[in-house]
Design a protein around this ligand. Sequence first.
Ligand SMILES: [Zn+2]
Length: 240
Amino acid sequence: MLAELPTLLELQEKDRFVEAIKGELAAFEPALEELDDAVRTAEAQVEAARRGIDEAGTSRTQLEERIENFRQAQERRRQRLEWVRGAKEAANLMAELDLGRSVLAREEAEWMRSADKMQEAEGRVTEAEGLLEELRASQAAAREAIAAKQAECQDRLQQAGADREETAKRLSKEALSQYERIRRGRAPLALYAMHGGDACGHCFTAVPMHRRQELQSGQGIVMCEACGVLIYNAETIPAS
Ligand SMILES: [Zn+2]
């Protein structure tokens, strides 16, 4: 393991490089999320405006049905008026017809207004769609710039990944699998230099006496009993 320390440290450096590029890529996310949020809001406004058209259409249809029913009722009253003989009944029917006419006039005026409402609703859709289009156009440059930077990062990431694999190949299976296992743990890195001559460079737990000698003389790598990382003596790294 000690003989492989230089290669392990080289691999760790390359992995840090890979992580840094991944960090750069992740840093684009908030900006993209913000752009997407703005689009989603504008899309929701278009949807709401479209629902406005549906609602205006529904209430117009209901109004038309009501007017039609009312017309038919008026028609029946007129027919009955032709047949009634009693003066009182005829007077009642006349009064009902008069009332019906004014109600009908009111409903028809409402129907005329409903056409305006429909037009207003359509206007709101056109406006909302226009705003959405404008927003998309205004975001195009920012999105392109981000996409270009992302592509550039991806290229570097691929290169750094390949470079890392080259180094990993030079390690023994045992050393590599131990390194990978520690990396999957909680510590950000697998290897830490000894701290202050006797402690783990990650969690600062003291290295037990019987292993300290080994470490201090540069004879080995010690696994930290507290956090599981590998501790090495930075002053006695063997030549690769
Ligand atoms: Zn530790």
